[in-house]
Design a protein around this ligand. Sequence first.
Ligand code: AMP
Length: 281
Amino acid sequence: MRIIRSPKQMFEVSQKLKKRGCRTGLVPTMGALHKGHLSLIRRAAQENDKVVVSIFVNPIQFGPKEDFRRYPRNLKKDALLCRNENADFIFYPSAALMYPPGFRTQVSVRELSDVLCGAYRPGHFQGVTTVVAKLFNIVMPDTAYFGQKDAQQALIIQRMAKDLDMPVKIRVMPIIREKDGLAMSSRNAYLDSAQREKAAVLYQALNKARESVKSGIADCALLTKRARATIIKNKPRKIDYISIVDMETLEPVKKIKDKALLALAVWFGNTRLIDNVILKR
Ligand code: AMP
């Protein structure tokens, strides 16, 4: 496994792989890898000849008061994990090489980027789509792997790839959870033990909603009210949103007809956690 730090070098390697007819899978990450990331890498290794894992804590997707500086970074450990999953390359660029002086371009997916997390993290998704577009151009993957954990992000990237005719297939993989149901996240490391215990309530609330829908409840106001009540019992610091939205447009849904996405963002201490579940009748 090779670690490549220069975008130019990564591009040259990708070109060679293409010429040789290799199928390439890309797994974009910010590092501090956990089993959620590893499930994407594993799938990429099954479906491709070569796997590139990008590790880049992308400054332009963080707001000025967000956790860019304290975001966990551990290349040594990540490299071991990637090697164990049979990744072939880690693309580990610096911000200076990704955004050299004079950089001016932004990729933006309208509307989908302005709701849910986008409403609370202005500019976040533009940062994500811009870096992912760059990664697609540098690595030229046949398939790129994303997690349903970040459902809005996955949808926005699918939209971007379609709208801009990017020749890449987007694969969205299921959420990997801890034993108590908490969705795995690099940010879970910020939680102290009391917060960590409380955070399990998010999955409980999502699960309850899923069961309620199965048992015939379709009223979204009622479903979100109950989810909120469940979560509040564990005294989160703040609830950004608990919303039931259309799976494609992310517009609010009043009544569940077939399927909808229940998504939430909740703070425990200084840690903002997101999670979601697909509600099916
Ligand atoms: P991140 O490093 O947090 O930017 O995540 C990189 C990729 O891993 C994204 O596509 C995430 O959606 C995905 N991912 C993160 N956590 C999980 C999880 N618990 N289960 C599945 N995929 C995940």
